[in-house]
Ligand binder design. Structure first.
Ligand code: PSV
Ligand code: MN
Length: 423
């Protein structure tokens, strides 16, 4: 399905007067509002192909109807999100969950909806049917060379799929690790992983990037080979200038200062990718900003500072939402996540950087805190709405989605019993 633009415009009409009023209130207080609106209007986040269906836990999965059954339909769903927000112009594919069997057809479908292909994701954490060697005891780190070679070959295949679609990056996340002390020789596992990554890196086209994602635990609960940003950074440094660290917000032990990690990586130009989600306990994959919006704001403060003060030439990170949807309609959930990300970004853009710097230089702790909290406590809904309006999107995407009754239309089109591929 495709959303007709006139339906968005018609619903916007009913919200326009109130929106313009809030915007003019806000612009009285902030002179640089126009620049902030433009920055938010230009911002885009990739949607993962595996987040468009109902998620689940190891205890069960509850479908909700109208789920996309194939890659074309997933691209259509991203098209729906993008039509409403104009902030989701890319999809990130996980292989083999979403193999583009006919790359040309997939590409033209995406082109017709203004959707690009963001980072490709490899999967050596599950065994596939007819696979020769098992990843039960690891993949790129495995003690057996034949298993390592198979995992390397899979990553190379993923790069090749990406080339056919116009993607420019590969994200490697490894479940490799151990469940019991003594099971794994840490140093051998690290060296095997590095040697395997070197083979993958050698296949990377000149204009591609490799993102190395880290995670402290799960599915392995004693050790993970790439457990933290330090390990990821070491590997990336050893590989070469096309390799970067990827930060997934859910991949930290409780209370980790993620904004500090972001700042440190950007100091060296090493932050390549970003996976957004939120969590209360572990890698909960909840909607972005639902538990710790202040942390998200502090992270964006470092991202904004890092992009504006960038001697190490950190590239603009590849932004992606990496969440799971057990209860909510995933399209609504993804829209909520986009809004949370843009809210944190807009608030970070409101920070008076000059005043903050002088407060910091004078060690005025109270003033520094006030500057941050003034920005955080500002209601930025009108900034987001105006950014969308300028792009021809919806003033209120969720309300518009419900008003048009998108889910019912998807159910009419696809039926009640489809299950999208993914975790
Ligand atoms: C692993 O937890 C992860 O964050 C990686 O990015 C995977 O590709 C993705 O989740 C799978 O859902
Ligand atoms: Mn992730």
């Amino acid at each position: 399905m495709q959303i007709q633009k006139d339906k968005i415009v018609a619903f916007n009409e009913s919200l326009l007067a109130e929106h313009k009023d809030s915007l003019s209130q806000l612009s009285k207080k902030h002179q640089n509002l126009d620049t902030i609106i433009d920055t938010i209007a230009a911002f885009n986040i990739a949607i993962p192909s595996w987040a468009l269906g109902a998620g689940g836990t190891r205890f069960g999965r509850f479908g909700f109807g109208g789920e996309p059954e194939n890659l074309e339909q997933k691209i259509e769903d991203v098209g729906v999100i993008n039509a409403l927000t104009k902030s989701a112009n890319a999809i990130s594919l996980h292989i083999p969950w979403d193999i583009p069997k006919d790359a040309e057809a997939i590409k033209s479908k995406a082109d017709s909806l203004g959707i690009q292909f963001d980072a490709m994701n490899s999967n050596t954490f599950q065994d596939q049917e007819n696979q020769e060697h098992s990843y039960k005891f690891g993949s790129l780190c495995h003690t057996d060379k034949a298993v390592r070679n198979q995992a390397v070959a899979h990553n190379i295949e993923v790069i090749d799929y990406g080339i056919t679609l116009g993607s420019k990056s590969l994200t490697v996340w490894l479940a490799d690790g151990s469940n019991f002390p003594g099971q794994l020789n840490f140093r051998r596992a690290f060296e095997n992983t590095l040697a395997s990554l070197k083979k993958i890196y050698a296949h990377l086209p000149a204009d591609w990037k490799l993102f190395i994602e880290y995670k402290p635990y799960e599915p392995n609960f004693y050790s993970m080979v790439i457990q933290d940003w330090g390990t990821s950074h070491m590997l990336a440094k050893d590989l070469g200038e096309k390799a970067y660290t990827l930060v997934d917000l859910g991949h930290h032990l409780p209370n980790t200062n993620i904004e500090h990690i972001v700042a440190t990586l950007m100091t060296r130009g090493m932050l390549g990718g970003f996976h957004f989600n939120d969590s209360k306990y572990g890698d909960d994959d909840l909607s972005v900003g639902v538990i710790k919006p202040y942390q998200l704001f502090l992270i964006f403060n470092e991202l904004v500072y890092g992009m504006e003060n960038n001697p190490a030439k950190n590239p603009i990170p590849a932004w992606m939402i990496d969440a799971s949807h057990n209860l909510k309609d995933p399209l609504e959930d993804l829209i909520q996540s986009i809004e949370a990300i843009e809210t944190a970004y807009a608030k970070a853009l409101l920070i008076d950087q000059k005043a903050l710097e002088s407060a910091q230089m004078e060690n005025d702790v109270v003033a520094s805190q006030r500057i941050l909290q003034d920005a955080f406590n500002t209601d930025v809904k009108a900034i987001l709405a105006e950014a969308r309006l300028r792009n021809g999107a919806a003033i209120d995407p969720i309300a518009t989605y419900r008003n048009i009754d998108v889910r019912q239309e998807l159910i009419n089109e696809r039926g009640m019993n489809n299950a999208a591929t993914g975790l």
